[in-house]
Design a protein around this ligand. Structure first.
Ligand SMILES: [Zn+2]
Length: 65
């Protein structure tokens, strides 16, 4: 799977568990669910979640509802 194969809604679903963890402060050690090969770089600033994967170039930014 490549990040470009997914629209924003599919990406949200794919990253769902990771986003929940990041939102609760667990930023480290998440495996990328898109390529299954990279470790995600996650950040949380002013409630905005940023998730990136260097292996597949996934880059997601968004707010959790
Ligand atoms: Zn990846």
């Amino acid at each position: 799977m490549q990040p470009g194969d997914l629209d924003q809604e599919e990406l949200l679903m794919t990253l769902g568990d990771v986003l929940t963890e990041v939102a609760s402060g667990h930023l480290d050690g998440h495996r990328c669910p898109v390529c299954a090969g990279g470790t995600l770089l996650c950040g949380d600033a002013d409630g905005k979640i940023v998730v990136a994967c260097r292996a597949c170039r996934l880059h997601f930014e968004g707010w959790l509802a």
